[in-house]
Design a protein around this ligand. Sequence first.
Ligand code: DX5
Ligand code: ZN
Length: 217
Amino acid sequence: MPSAKIAPSLLSGDFAKLAEDCQYMVECGADYLHMDVMDGHFVPNLTLGAPIIKSLRKHTKAFLDCHLMVSHPEQWVEDFANAGADMFTFHIEATQDAPALIESVRKTGMKVGIALKPKTPASAVLDLADKVDMILVMTVEPGFGGQSFMADMMPKVQEIRQKYPNLDIQVDGGLALDTIDQAAKAGANVIVAGTAIFKAESPKDTIALLRKAVDEQ
Ligand code: DX5
Ligand code: ZN
């Protein structure tokens, strides 16, 4: 299994001091900064878009892992590339032509990921997984931070891990010190955590413990 990457979700931070929160997370050991992009249509919440990524890029060199919970993700590839995003993860449910979208993201030089909502089976992405850098298995219904981890998503992670031993598999939603072992055991190695990291007494220790749980598998 590839090594752990810990990705704090800035959704749990303070958007009014986004650059500071990003800097702090990097100092605490974050590998990626997870940026939740929501359009109020694909999910019932509205967050940020490419203009904010562009502003943020001027304040950090960190890896910006952009999770697009939007309808028509095709529409935003150029904008996110120009803004300086490092990874563009779109939802398989939001596109009619995933291979073409993967290709257009690749052309920009960004890494590409595909996300699955809880009700979407692994079979929806198994044939595409060798064309992408990461598969994101949602462990909550996308839209909000602070929800409960869905342990019943673990067979989906296992199924993907079995077929792709070297692929980055991300889990997102409800990951914390009491749920990380299940996710790591199933084969997830890229761990998004918002509440668990930002509300921790020591975000640094929490990041280290999440990493340890994955790397000790
Ligand atoms: C939910 C987002 C997550 C969210 C996770 O739609 O994709 O990234 O911030 O938050 P926690 O870790 O609090 O469940
Ligand atoms: Zn996310």
